[in-house]
Design a protein around this ligand. Structure first.
Ligand code: GDD
Ligand code: MN
Length: 395
């Protein structure tokens, strides 16, 4: 590891361990850190943030790259003007692409730094911890340093209870599914070592939901440090992360957790299917406890599960193609047709296997036949529902 710290000298502040000041000269070959700022309509915030970063990194050799997606408020122009007087600042104006993750990746691709950092333009990320993020990597050997709301000194600022719960739940799910020991994996504020960046850059999904998740979950398990910061209030402008963020997030987790074997959408479909099995069992249980058991209740329990599955597939699995209003009803009718198909496939497969392949009706043979039948029906129904019920593109 490259180390140019000044051993033996008193180090009052952590960042004083670097003696890499270069005055006004910008070391275009390899600054210690490249700070990427993705922007969309942040014209009012960018000048303030650039000034704050200059102050925070005054002791270090750095470059700043603003990646703007041709903002209607002319953020790119404001940044260009600043860059004229600040050789450390450069601006990428993208007219052919949009999206937070791909903007960050575009900035990384151009960056020359030994470490690569990202922070939001809206001043919600405290730039004063940037030197500590860099130090965690170059001095302490971390591969990824996360600006964390869950580490000591960190907080969620003025997040309401709802957003706090979503954030908390999302973090726990990421830990469970990706096995990354990070308490704030949803943070958009982090730095990554160049070698880690190069290891995963080609595998990162630029349409991915959270770029940090991609860097955490792709490739080998990274060494991670979290450094606390207090999430601030957005100063100007409005948040862009609205709408179906939760759904997109869960899909991203599924993609990262199982994407090598099956698509995220199929995982979602299978999870909904399993939950439907539980719902049906619960409905049956309720009927049995209330003392009503007849063929009608048996079918009723299936119906409850079908509606449950339809609702969740509409809102989750096929969220991007979801039916609204009256269309939701015609979708439900189609979903029933596909469910009937699945029932047929499952039953036919099961009977065929028991009669012709397993040859006997032992419990194990029967169980295996049921599972294979269910598996075939699930895969078949998934494709039918995708193309027929939701008219979704293949994925
Ligand atoms: N270039 C580019 N293109 N930048 C974008 C785009 C885009 O399509 N969309 C958003 N940005 C920029 C914004 O201008 C801002 O600088 C940053 O990305 C984050 O966008 P916000 O709209 O402020 O997001 P947020 O505050 O809701 O979410 C932030 O906090 C979350 C944690 O709760 C982000 O940092 C998330 O990554 C983070 O998970
Ligand atoms: Mn924000």
């Amino acid at each position: 590891m490259e180390r140019t710290s000044t051993a033996g000298e008193p180090t009052a502040h952590r960042s004083a361990r670097y003696d890499r000041r270069t005055g006004d000269r910008r070391d275009v070959e390899s600054p210690l850190v490249s700070v990427i700022i993705p922007t969309y309509n942040e014209a009012d915030n960018v000048p303030i943030l650039v000034r704050r970063i200059e102050k925070a990194l005054a002791d270090l050799d750095y470059e700043i790259i603003v990646v703007d997606d041709d903002s209607p408020d002319l953020t790119w122009h404001v940044a260009d003007e600043l860059a004229r007087a600040q050789p450390r600042l450069s601006v990428i104006r993208r007219t052919d692409a949009r999206g937070l993750s791909s903007a960050v990746m575009a900035g990384f691709a151009q960056a020359k730094g030994r470490t690569l950092a990202v922070l939001d333009a809206d001043l919600q990320h405290d730039e004063r911890i940037l030197p500590d993020l860099v130090s965690a990597i170059v001095d302490d050997g971390a591969q990824i340093a996360v600006g964390s709301r869950e580490a000591p000194g960190g907080s969620y600022g003025d997040f309401g209870p709802w957003r706090r719960t979503i954030s908390w739940g999302g973090a726990r799910m990421a830990q469970l599914m990706l096995r990354t020991p990070v308490n704030d994996p949803m943070s958009g504020f982090f730095a990554v070592d160049r070698s880690r960046y190069e290891e995963v850059a080609d595998k990162v999904n630029p349409k991915g939901f959270k770029i940090l998740l991609e860097f955490l979950a792709t490739g080998s398990t990274p060494r991670v440090t979290e450094i606390g910061f207090a999430f601030g209030q957005r100063l100007h402008g409005a948040t862009k992360l609205t709408g179906s963020v939760v759904v997109a997030y869960l899909m991203a987790l599924l993609e990262l957790a199982g994407g090598r074997f099956v698509t995220a959408r199929f995982s979602a479909y299978a999870i909904v299917g399993l939950s439907g099995v539980a719902v049906r069992a619960t409905a049956l249980g309720v009927f049995i406890i209330s003392g009503v058991t007849n063929p009608v209740t048996w079918w009723l329990a299936i119906e409850v599960a079908i509606i449950w599955n339809y609702w969740w597939n509409n809102r989750f699995t096929f969220n991007a193609y979801r039916h609204r209003g009256v269309h939701a009803l015609s979708g439900l009718v189609k979903f029933h047709a596909v469910a009937a198909h699945g029932l047929l496939v499952a039953t036919a497969t099961e009977r065929f296997l028991i009669a012709n392949v397993f040859g006997d009706a032992s419990l194990i043979a029967e169980g295996a036949a049921v599972l294979i039948g269910l598996g075939l029906a699930t895969v078949g129904n998934y494709h039918l529902n995708r193309s027929f019920t939701w008219d979704a593109l293949p994925a």
